[in-house]
Design a protein around this ligand. Structure first.
Ligand code: FAD
Length: 537
């Protein structure tokens, strides 16, 4: 039990001080709601507080990975098109200074339990210090990646070198110089860290289970003149985003289909997207790459041939860019790379294919695979996260019948509009499951979903309503809609975190809505029809 309560009943409690939580705090306060944020980390920034490993950087280029309000972007200067974690932290500090957020954030405080008081119609929130707080609305912004996942490697606890998960990197920093480094995992974080470690590790061993189909980032420095030129178009870009709901990764872009153009034209489109860099080759290129297997295969072949040309050893090239795709291109989150494939041409780098040469165990001195031991000083666990749902279900959130959210979702996530769940009144999730999270850029979702929630709270206040709750029927419709729309894409064909398939025992389902346009249309339709799909009282 928590300590005796001394706190006022707040309008809202927000969990998490990343893009979503901070946006909520600012707009709640602006609209006269009392609100407090609880954050497990010691500072703001969310993902960029925890992911401070060398090379950690965003894959969404400027100006898509920042808030769109002019009072912020007009005076802010990025130094790179794809900013790194240090610059992102500086950005959050700047946002805090401008919006005066910190005074309402409780750092180093993890929310552990939340129950709904059905008599008073408010949430009772418990933290790891044992304190209890009450609020009418419980707004959970725990993000995609706040629960790191480490597979159950035999002997991991016996390793006597240093061992860190990328999502829990030491805040004081840790480099690779003079060390024998092992990286397990070749997802986006594994790729980023491998590029850095290859620079000065004595030896780098990269353990790969599935080849990463990484695409060129084309990073570049931004001097103030260039940035000012770019800024001239920001307002138009943000307006277009808010009106047309298009973003940089668009699974259903309005462009032509792969086979509607000639082979020559197709090649030119591939080459152009490849040269632009960033996520262009993934989304926004041709309209069927992520929806049609034959179209996808054409894109894969282009990717494979471009990639192989950069790798000196043909045997290594076959492992990194196999003849047959390991899964449809782009159905696992591609990494943006800068020199990932050249890394394997270095004499201090070894690739271990753990399908052919599986990891048997971890010993006090390194990683033992079928073919022998790889001695290491530093072992990096780059195996990702219990993505999308992990941050939510690790809090003991109880519905009005006392059932935990984790149990309620044991057979698969159910919710309405990716933001609310039946039986959990007055609770909202941002960037959560069955919403565009994962395929949607974080600040974009923070603003579009965030505005929807703030408008909903204003509607409740204006109409003197104290409770909102999704209906079972609305959840059924939403789950079916997600299944139907996922089936029009190739995502269900890959064992990815998009499908919940990276975590043993997790229900397999498409967790991320693939169309921001369709998603926002449905959210807006509900609001415009008196919050259709909800019970208001
Ligand atoms: P987060 O930034 O994850 O913040 C959630 C916060 O909640 C964390 O600070 C956490 O400590 C806190 N929290 C969680 N549980 C509790 C609890 N019980 N009590 C108190 N606090 C809690 N997205 C993109 O759109 N583009 C990218 O290029 C991109 N690159 C990424 C690169 C990396 C390495 C990673 C890990 C993620 C990346 N993402 C990217 C996804 C990323 O999650 C989002 O960009 C963004 O950070 C989401 O913001 P958020 O506010 O929803 O969550």
């Amino acid at each position: 039990m928590g300590k005796e309560e001394v706190h006022e009943v707040l309008d809202a409690i927000v969990v998490g001080a990343g893009f979503n939580g901070l946006y909520q705090l600012h707009h709640l306060r602006k609209n006269g709601f009392s609100a407090q944020v609880f954050e497990a980390g010691a500072d703001i920034g969310g993902t960029w507080y925890w992911n401070c490993y060398p090379g950690a950087r965003v894959d969404t280029h400027v100006p898509n990975y920042e808030y769109s309000f002019g009072e912020l972007w007009k005076d802010w200067t990025w130094s790179e098109l794809f900013p790194g974690w240090q610059e992102l932290r500086r950005y959050f500090k700047y946002v805090d200074e401008k919006l005066d957020l910190r005074k309402d954030i409780n750092f180093n405080t993890r929310v552990t339990r939340a129950t709904f008081d059905t008599v008073a119609d408010h949430w009772v929130i418990q933290t790891d210090s044992g304190d209890q707080f009450r609020a009418r609305y419980f707004i959970v912004c725990t993000g995609l990646s706040s629960k790191p996942y480490t597979p159950d490697f035999r002997g991991l606890d016996t390793f006597q070198g240093e061992c860190h998960h990328t999502g829990l990197w030491p805040q004081q920093g840790l480099g690779f110089a003079g060390k024998r480094v092992g990286v397990i995992g070749t997802g986006p974080t594994g790729v980023q860290i491998a590029q850095e470690a290859a620079k000065d590790a004595v030896h780098l061993t990269i353990f790969q289970r599935t080849p990463m189909l990484a695409i060129p980032m084309r990073q570049r420095k931004l001097d103030p003149t260039t940035l000012n030129e770019l800024k001239k178009d920001y307002a138009r870009q943000y307006r277009q985003r808010d009106e047309e709901f298009r973003q940089i990764v668009d699974i259903f872009p309005p462009e032509k289909g792969t086979f509607e153009v000639s082979a020559q034209e197709r090649q030119a489109i591939y080459e152009e997207s490849w040269a632009i860099g960033g996520f262009h080759f993934w989304g926004n290129m041709l309209n069927d790459v992520l929806a049609d297997l034959a179209a996808n295969r054409e894109a894969y072949n282009f990717w494979r041939d471009q990639t192989r040309a950069r790798i000196n050893d043909p045997a290594v090239a076959l492992k990194l860019a196999p003849t047959e795709p390991p899964h449809p291109f782009g159905t696992k989150r591609p990494s943006l790379e800068q020199n990932y494939y050249e890394v394997f041409n270095q004499s201090n780098v070894t690739l271990v294919d753990t399908v052919e040469d599986p990891i048997i165990e971890i010993t006090k001195s390194g990683v033992v695979t079928d073919q022998g031991e790889h001695q290491l000083d530093l072992l990096v666990i780059a195996t990702g996260f219990d993505a999308v749902t992990g941050g939510l279900t690790q809090i003991d959130i109880r519905n009005t019948d006392g059932v935990s959210l984790k149990d309620y979702w044991a057979e698969g996530v159910r919710n309405h509009l990716g933001m609310t769940t039946a039986g959990f009144p007055n609770m909202f999730m941002l960037y959560g499951p069955l919403s565009p999270a994962g395929l949607g850029t974080a600040p974009v979702c923070a603003e579009l979903q965030g505005n929807w929630i703030i408008n909903c709270l204003l509607h409740l206040r204006d109409n003197k309503l104290s409770r909102i709750e999704a209906t079972d029927a609305a959840e059924d419709v939403w789950v079916q809609h997600m299944q139907d729309i996922a089936a029009t894409t190739l995502f269900p064909l890959a064992d990815s975190w998009y499908m919940g398939a990276n975590i043993p025992g997790k229900a397999r389902q498409m967790l991320n809505h693939p169309s921001l346009l369709e998603y926002m249309a449905r959210c807006n339709h509900s609001a415009e029809n008196g919050y259709e799909g909800f019970m208001l009282s």
